[in-house]
Design a protein around this ligand. Structure first.
Ligand code: PBG
Ligand code: ZN
Length: 328
């Protein structure tokens, strides 16, 4: 008897019958940048299709996102003023807090996740408080907690700490519970690597560090075993969802997390990954839809349930057009 693997590939119907991995619109989370000011829709040069919106223009983008069936967004705020202590991060009337109130009023069922980190709000661009050139850990925790509570008070459904300070998940969980936010979910950036793939984001969020780099708090890209310790720690501290970031160069880590934990896993398909696809597609070097769907499928196949991606509205549209089939 000859083995015939190709029997399962004879036509589209047969391939559909045995397909192992599906993507759903409900897997997607769309990152959105909100900037202080009025009547602003600033394109981000390195990320075609991505803009910074002022709150009065945010509605247009949200209408578009809702119309294609996206059910969750991840908000990043860009304040008018930055200072050493990141005051804008935990200001009850800060740009992110106001944007959340606006979104919850406009679309109560849209899940709103809020990034918790100081780098968009500090004059020095680091994710924590500094002393000289050192990024302080324990001194940063109360500010992160205050930020998280102010975002939850504004209506955020999901708190997503991306700062990589040690002990922040426990600190934030405790503060949320004390403030009566037992139901606010924590999606922790657990294995967040110090990556070159974030540079377009730093333009979009105006959050590049003014000195040094983030290597004393974000993970070394070379370390897999250390990533396991990171998510174990976050789970012990009360994280509900663990996130791996970036996505494509780190799918081995995603698979490891899927095999070793029972927690929902998110991946962040970051700005640099998006920028590379868009740039190559604009040149006509690749077929954008095909490459994007292949990347999405790879992230799910690796074991992620939740995919945070700037491609989300396009993917949602393609999934709708394909009506249940995988569109590639
Ligand atoms: C803030 C934060 C960053 C990203 C998400 N939250 C940037 C960084 O750590 O420098 C990156 C997202 C992306 O590149 O799309 N700490
Ligand atoms: Zn940060």
């Amino acid at each position: 008897m000859k083995k015939r693997m190709r029997r399962l590939r004879v036509n589209a119907q047969m391939r559909n019958l045995v397909r192992e991995t599906y993507l759903n619109k409900s897997d997607l989370v769309y990152p959105v940048f909100v900037i202080e000011g009025e009547n602003i829709k600033n394109p981000v040069d390195s990320m075609p299709g991505i803009y910074q919106y002022s709150i009065d223009r945010l509605g247009e983008e949200i209408d578009r996102v809702l119309s294609v069936g996206i059910e969750a967004v991840l908000l990043f705020g860009i304040p008018a003023k930055k200072d050493e202590r990141a005051s804008g991060a935990y200001d009850r009337d800060g740009v992110t807090q106001r944007a959340i109130r606006f979104l919850k009023e406009k679309a109560p069922r849209l899940l709103v996740a809020a990034d918790v980190c100081l780098c968009e709000y500090t004059s020095h661009g680091h994710c924590g408080l500094i002393c000289g050139e050192e990024i302080l850990n324990d001194e940063t925790l109360p500010l992160l907690a205050e930020m998280a509570v102010s975002l939850a008070d504004a209506g955020a459904d999901i708190i997503a700490p991306s700062d990589m300070m040690d002990g922040r998940v426990a600190y934030i969980r405790e503060a949320l519970d004390q403030a009566g936010h037992q139901n606010t979910m924590i999606m922790a950036y657990s294995a967040k690597f110090a990556s070159g793939y974030y540079s377009p984001f730093r333009e979009a969020a105006q959050s590049a560090p003014q000195f040094g780099d983030r290597k004393t708090y974000q993970m070394d890209p070379a370390n897999r075993r250390e990533a396991i310790r990171e998510w174990k720690e976050d789970i012990e501290e009360g994280a509900d969802v663990i996130m791996i970031k970036p996505a494509l160069a780190y799918l081995d880590i995603v698979r490891e997390a899927a095999d070793r934990t029972d927690y929902p896993i998110a991946v962040y398909n970051v700005s640099g990954e998006y920028a590379m696809v868009k740039a190559a597609a604009a040149q006509g070097f690749i077929d954008e839809k095909r490459i994007v769907m292949e990347n999405m499928t790879a992230m799910k196949r690796a074991g992620a349930k939740i995919i945070i991606t700037y491609h989300a509205p396009d993917v949602a549209k393609w999934l709708t057009e394909a009506d249940g089939d995988t569109p590639f």
